[in-house]
Design a protein around this ligand. Structure first.
Ligand code: XMP
Length: 508
């Protein structure tokens, strides 16, 4: 399916996905591999990037690649730890830094080789994050830039096409970072232009050949991934596709109705199952977030399993994305919890499913582009993420009808205001949380004791880290007075000004 690509070897940097996405945006396909099981012999690899990582090259147990870098005959770019790996492997010298460089650092380009082509200045701002430094480059290398602290920050061996950068070109703060990545792509001489939308026909062909005449089930939430997948599968399988939407009673105001209309407009014949009673009964008196998630996952899987059994469905389609596939091996904790309720491992024992995951080599941006190309409305593609357990994780503690109703009303006011102020598309995720404590207030000359609403709005790249959004005070004023005036049960509105880390985006 895919011809030429750049292989990114992931030494554990938080920025590896960004490198992969930036290169894909420039029309070159990328794959990310763990250094432990890296295969370098694929003739479709036209360039290799060694990512950054938290380790020091002198740490015990660092992973070595199965092949000497001098024996690799495609261009190599090492970034941060990757740069230091190159230097150590090729017999240069690394040492602990006396002056550690973190964050914005000015560098001076002293040799304007092709990796720096098209940069009109000698001094540029870059983003650094390193404790070790390159003390001496290998004999056949030249130094191409040094930092304001006189530290070697880039070097290369043009003959063997090996390049190293101490800074992160993939990070937004690095001036000309994208240009530097583009220069590396040019060095790799990849001719064809990769576009996710060109994959549609291939995906359809592969789905048909994997599925044959079987029926395929799809749990569709109305989010970007499952909706775009639904449309592609509909094209591939016609009436053998069984999309199902489970209403768990934890959705936002009017969401079921809006989803129904959206599915109809998209030509998807979705079975809507109203299971809100089952979910709310199973959740009554449950406080712990992990227990809530487990219960929601179990009820969801039971209902889905029953529906699939009744319709003789043996294949389950999932909108699994590339980061899920890469992260699943290395990331523990929250990320694995996130997938809990979609986890096929939770299906009843007497049901065996074959999995169909046509998006497992795509990023969300790629899926959005495919969706756009297929004519899916902008509002669908640009909607904020919404967690599987829905409003259950936005009401800390006990969930009941009254609390859900209050939260739905407040959230609806908030989101409508963001759209009216044209801020919705500038924010990565925004929602209300019902804080289940009662505080005093006065409404219509009467003293009341009612719940608190906390507004949350963050910007993020992939949800792993996030910064709170800086609202104009007039907007906060407007939202606060609308919520307290119109929502019965709320006297107080807060704005959550916490980044992730330390706080998570959701409150539970
Ligand atoms: P946190 O709260 O972990 O959220 O900072 C990061 C992103 O993941 C979403 N999220 C979930 N999504 N099931 C999901 O499908 C979950 O249990 C879950 N918990 C958090 C959250 O909305 C944010 O986009």
């Amino acid at each position: 399916m895919v011809k030429n690509y750049i292989l990114i070897i992931d030494f554990g940097s938080q920025y590896t996905h960004i490198i992969a996405k930036k290169i894909r945006q420039k029309g070159v396909f990328t794959k990310i591999q763990n250094p432990l099981n890296v295969i370098l012999k694929d003739p479709n690899i036209k360039g290799i990037i060694l990512s950054g990582g938290p380790a020091s090259v002198y740490d015990e147990g660092v992973v070595n690649l199965p092949l000497s870098l001098n024996k690799i005959d495609v261009p190599i770019l090492g970034i941060c730890y990757g740069f230091q790996y190159i230097i150590k492997e090729l017999k240069g010298k690394i040492s602990k830094a006396k002056t550690k460089e973190y964050g914005n650092t000015t560098i001076k380009i002293i040799n304007k080789t092709p990796i720096y082509r098209g940069i009109g200045k000698d001094k540029i701002n870059t983003w650094m994050s390193h404790g070790d430094i390159v003390k001496k480059v290998p004999n056949d290398f030249i130094i191409t830039a040094i930092s304001q602290n006189n530290i070697i920050v880039s070097a290369e061996n043009q003959k063997n096409q090996i390049y190293g950068l101490q800074f992160h070109p993939e990070v937004y703060h690095t001036e000309y970072g994208e240009k530097i990545l583009k220069n590396f792509i040019d060095i790799c001489k990849i001719k064809e232009k990769w576009k996710p939308e060109n994959e549609i026909e291939d995906i359809i062909r592969i789905v048909r050949s994997e599925v044959g005449k079987e029926c395929v089930g799809l749990a569709i939430s109305g989010g970007v991934d499952s909706t775009v997948l639904g449309i592609i599968l509909k094209k591939a399988l016609g009436k053998n596709l069984f999309p199902v939407f489970i209403d768990n009673g934890l959705l936002r105001k009017n969401e079921v109705q809006m989803r129904k209309e959206m599915f109809r407009e998209l030509g998807l014949n979705v079975k809507i199952i109203d299971a809100s009673k089952e979910f709310l009964t199973a959740l009554s008196n449950v406080r712990a977030p992990s227990k809530k998630r487990k219960i929601i996952g179990k009820v969801f899987i039971d209902i889905l399993g029953k529906y699939f059994k009744n319709n003789n469905i043996k294949i389950l389609a999932q909108g699994t994305l590339y980061p899920d596939v890469i992260e699943s091996k290395t990331v523990v904790g929250k990320s694995s919890t996130i997938k809990l309720h979609h986890n096929v491992g939770g299906l009843p024992k007497d049901m065996e499913f074959k999995l169909l995951e046509p998006f497992k080599f795509l990023f969300k941006d790629d899926v959005r582009r495919i969706g756009k190309n297929m004519g899916i409305a902008r509002e669908v593609l640009l909607q904020h993420p919404f967690p599987g357990p829905g409003l259950a994780v936005r009401i800390p503690g006990i969930i009941n009808e009254e609390r859900l109703q209050i939260l739905k009303e407040a959230d609806d006011i908030y989101i409508k205001a963001l759209k009216k102020w044209k801020l919705y598309n500038k924010i990565w995720q925004a929602f209300c949380v019902l804080v289940p404590i009662k505080t005093s207030g006065i409404k219509g000359d009467v003293g009341v004791s009612q719940y608190v609403i906390s507004l949350r709005a963050v910007n993020s790249v992939d949800g792993m880290t996030a910064n709170w959004f800086d609202f104009p005070p007039e907007l906060l004023r407007e939202i606060s007075s609308e919520i307290t005036n119109k929502v019965n049960g709320i006297t107080r509105v807060l704005y959550d000004i916490t980044n992730k880390p330390p706080a998570t985006i959701e409150w539970e």
